[in-house]
Design a protein around this ligand. Structure first.
Ligand code: ATP
Ligand code: MG
Length: 248
C-alpha cells in the first residue's frame, strides 16, 4: 500500500526540506518508488534538486489547469512534483471553494497509485496549503531544531494534527518527532529531548540528525545527500532515520 508522509513544522529553517529530500532519496535508494511534492512557495526543494522552471507545477494543477506531473529528478525511482512561488496565492484563490481541503488529495490519486511513497514538503505555516497535505497523509514527521523555542511550535503542530484527524482525516497520525542540526557542543538538545520525551514518549524518534556541512552544500549542486556525499554524517543519519521510520 502507498504511504504518504508529510514533513511539517510551522517553524522556519528547522530542516523540513532537507529532511523531505533526504528521506525520499533514502527510500528511492532502497528500491521504493517515491514521489516528492514541493508544497512550499519558497520552492527550495524544487531548486535543490535542479528543477528550475518546470512547465507543470503543483499550483497550476491545484488551479485545475493540468494534472499533477512528477518529473524525474535525483536518483532513479524518485520523481518530483515541482513547487511554484505562486502557491503563496493559494489561500486567497481557493480559500472559499467548497472542497478546498481536498484539492491535493484528489490530484494525488493517480500518482500515488503508481508509487510506494509520497513525501510532501510543507511551508513553515499551518494554513490551507499544509492542511491539504495533512488531508492526504498517513503520517506527519516533525523535525525539531534543538533550540529554545522549539517546543512552542511543536504543540501547535500536534494540535493541528488533532484538528485534522477530527474533521478531515481520521487515520492521520504523527509518524515521529526527530531532532535535526544537532551540534554535540550544545547541551540544549539533551534538555529539549528530555522535555519532548516526558511529554510525548511514544513520538520521539531515536535517530538524531547531526549538523553536517554536506547537507547544506548538496542542494546548491542540485543533488541529494546520498549522491553528493554518501559517507557524510548527513547521509548516515538520514539512512538511520528511514530505517527507524520503516520499522515503526
Ligand atoms: N543537519 C543539517 N546540518 C547542517 N545544515 C543543515 C542541516 N539541516 C538543514 N540544514 C541547513 O539549514 C537551512 C534550513 O534547512 P531547510 O531548508 O531544510 O529547513 P526548512 O525547515 O525547510 O526551512 P523553511 O521553513 O524555510 O522551509 C538550510 O540552509 C539547510 O541547508
Ligand atoms: Mg523548507
Amino acid at each position: 500500500m502507498n504511504r504518504t508522509v508529510v514533513v511539517s513544522n510551522q517553524k522556519g529553517g528547522v530542516g523540513k526540506t532537507t529532511s523531505a529530500v533526504s528521506i525520499a532519496a533514502a527510500l528511492a535508494r532502497s528500491n521504493k518508488r517515491v514521489v516528492l511534492v514541493d508544497l512550499d512557495p519558497q520552492c527550495n526543494l524544487t531548486k535543490g534538486l535542479g528543477l528550475g522552471e518546470a512547465a507543470h507545477n503543483v499550483y497550476g494543477a491545484l488551479l485545475g489547469e493540468y494534472r499533477l506531473k512528477a518529473y524525474a529528478a535525483g536518483p532513479p525511482n524518485l520523481a518530483v512534483v515541482a513547487g511554484s512561488p505562486a502557491l503563496s496565492a493559494f489561500e486567497h484563490t481557493k480559500g472559499n471553494e467548497l472542497n478546498r481541503e481536498f484539492l491535493l488529495r484528489e490530484l494525488l490519486v493517480p500518482l500515488s497509485e503508481r508509487c510506494d511513497f509520497v513525501v510532501i514538503d510543507c511551508p513553515p505555516a499551518l494554513g490551507l496549503i499544509t492542511l491539504n497535505a495533512y488531508v492526504c497523509a498517513h503520517e506527519v514527521l516533525i523535525p525539531l531544531e534543538a533550540q529554545q523555542y522549539a517546543l512552542d511550535g511543536l504543540e501547535k503542530v500536534l494540535e493541528f494534527v488533532t484538528r485534522v484527524q477530527q474533521r478531515f482525516n481520521p487515520t492521520l497520525k504523527v509518524g515521529g518527532i526527530f531532532f535535526t542540526k544537532h551540534d554535540k557542543r550544545k547541551v540544549l538538545r539533551r534538555q529539549m529531548a528530555e522535555l519532548v520525551h516526558s511529554q510525548h514518549p511514544e513520538l520521539l524518534l531515536n535517530t538524531i540528525i547531526r549538523e553536517s556541512i554536506a547537507l547544506g552544500e548538496a542542494p546548491s549542486l542540485g543533488l541529494d545527500i546520498f549522491s553528493y556525499a554518501p559517507e557524510s554524517a548527513g547521509a548516515t543519519d538520514y539512512q538511520a532515520l528511514v530505517t527507524e521510520i520503516l520499522s515503526r
